[in-house]
Design a protein around this ligand. Structure first.
Ligand SMILES: Nc1ncnc2c1ncn2[C@@H]1O[C@H](COP(=O)(O)OP(=O)(O)OP(=O)(O)O)[C@@H](O)[C@H]1O
Ligand SMILES: [Mg+2]
Length: 249
């Protein structure tokens, strides 16, 4: 068996059956890797993450987690080897405190395990412990992201999927959040994230996939892609590498 934790093969998916958004996406995330997906707006990045999480129907292809077929399986049915999905927005309960958010996130766990996991979360994210009785609404964007990470890690998912964790953050907050992601990755947590902040994402991730128009375009080690001229073509020229170069604008 390969070292792949997540294998996505030829996935066709969309919000309506007659209107696929993803036209045969394939990717792999190995255990312990931090993998980034980048690409222009509307490329299908969020759609893929949602399809893996079982929130968007898959009409063709296959998603495997640890060798088990989880194609179109609802997140709550994935069992122990599950994926956690942190959406781009609305990923915490703003009217609840940090502590209440964490207790709610651990509600499905036995009481003593929940207590341990919340203690671990505070150890990992000391800023959250310092503000534990503060409502999530008044937190900075960066702290709110950390709370969302902490909450999704409480159940110790096999894979953590993040949709644009740096969206809307100040440069200082981006550094803080990305620093925590590096730490999580160093601790062996497997992460698949979508990012618009291409430069910063390439700097912290092991490998990167570039999507455009619902298809794979380029992939490789992030350090190599950082210098790839095709990356620039996709971002600034909209150059199509496939044979069916369309006339549509
Ligand atoms: N809920 C939805 N219902 C129907 N179509 C949708 C829905 N969400 C997204 N789409 C469409 O799916 C396509 C891909 O969107 P998606 O959100 O996956 O792109 P993205 O790569 O995440 O872009 P962005 O960088 O803007 O977040 C777009 O054409 C979009 O309009
Ligand atoms: Mg998106």
């Amino acid at each position: 068996m390969s070292n792949a934790l997540l294998t996505v093969s030829g996935v066709v998916a969309g919000y309506r059956r007659d209107l696929p958004i993803l036209h045969g996406i394939s990717l792999e995330v190995h255990r312990g890797e931090l993998v980034t997906i980048v690409g222009p707006n509307g490329a299908g990045k969020s759609t893929l993450i949602k399809a893996i999480a079982g929130l968007v129907p898959i009409s063709e292809g296959r998603v495997e987690l640890g060798g088990t077929d989880i194609t179109s399986l609802a997140t709550h049915k994935m069992g122990a080897a599950s994926v956690a999905y942190v959406p781009q927005t609305d990923n915490v309960f703003t009217t609840l405190t940090i502590d209440e958010n964490l207790r709610l996130g651990a509600a499905a766990l036995p009481r003593s395990l929940a207590k341990d996991r919340i203690a671990q979360a505070y150890e990992r994210f000391p800023a959250l412990r310092d503000h534990r009785d503060r409502k999530a609404r008044v937190l900075s964007g960066g702290q709110r992201q950390l709370l969302a990470f902490a909450r999704s890690l409480l159940t110790e998912p096999a894979l953590l999927m993040l949709d644009e964790p740096s969206a809307g953050l100040s440069p200082a907050a981006v550094s803080e959040v990305f620093g925590h992601l590096t730490d999580l990755s160093d601790d062996g947590i497997t992460i698949l994230m979508v990012e618009q902040n291409v430069k910063a994402a390439l700097a912290i991730s092991d490998r990167t996939y570039v999507f455009a128009e619902g298809e794979n375009r380029i992939d490789g080690p992030s350090g190599v892609l950082a210098d790839d001229p095709d990356m620039k073509a996709i971002y600034f020229g909209g150059t199509k590498r496939s044979t069916h170069a369309a006339s549509a604008g």
